[in-house]
Design a protein. Structure first.
Length: 197
């Protein structure tokens, strides 16, 4: 993340995203596929790490293998097969949704995972153990723990969508998009950007 100053001198936290160039590798139509969408590919990949099926898919367009392929169903402008889509499709001041995979945090306890507050705000029947989950169910009935009980476990590494992020700046010569706020995932991870709906 970084920050920029607006016209009033207010410091705004922002994230810089490299959004292109993306190549249209497939155009879905109602007649052939039953829905309308375009498929975009981004970021070059070594040919030796690409399957034969994908090599053939990219060869139809006449481009090097790409690392990421994503479909977009709500694309306002009509795009042709093989056309290059750049960051110019976005404009300053509009709002976008950004989805990606959140940072994995490994196996975590209930305080970090679910925000339990420990013994000071005593909940779930715990006693003199600061970060313990406390009671998780009754004994003789129902003689089991209900599904969905908030307990310790793997945290992060899930699909997350940040909605309604404002586009602060578009830098077309470097294909950069500066959006207000944070986006899911660590540095250099891949995200999907869609216009806010």
């Amino acid at each position: 993340m970084t920050s920029i100053y607006d016209e009033n001198g207010k410091n705004i936290p922002c994230t810089v995203i490299e959004a292109g160039p993306c190549v249209v590798t497939q155009v879905r139509t109602m007649e052939n596929d039953g829905y309308e969408a375009i498929q975009l590919a981004f970021d070059d990949k070594k040919e030796k790490n690409t399957t034969k099926a994908l090599k053939g898919h990219f060869a139809k367009v006449g481009i090097k293998p790409k690392r990421v392929i994503a479909e977009f169903t709500r694309f306002e402008e009509k795009k042709e097969f093989g056309e290059v889509v750049t960051v110019d499709v976005f404009s300053e001041g509009e709002f976008v949704d950004v989805s990606g995979t959140s940072k994995g945090k490994g196996f975590q306890g209930v305080v970090k995972r679910h925000g339990f507050r420990g013994v000071n705000d005593a909940t779930h029947g715990q006693h003199n153990r600061m970060r313990a989950p406390g009671s998780i169910g009754a004994s003789s009935y129902p003689s089991r723990v209900f599904k969905g009980m908030r307990m310790a476990g793997r945290t992060g590494g899930k699909k997350v969508k940040m909605i309604n992020l404002k586009v602060m700046k578009v830098i077309p010569e470097k294909n950069l998009l500066v959006v207000k706020g944070s986006v899911p995932g660590p540095n250099n991870s891949y995200v999907k950007i869609e216009r806010w709906s």
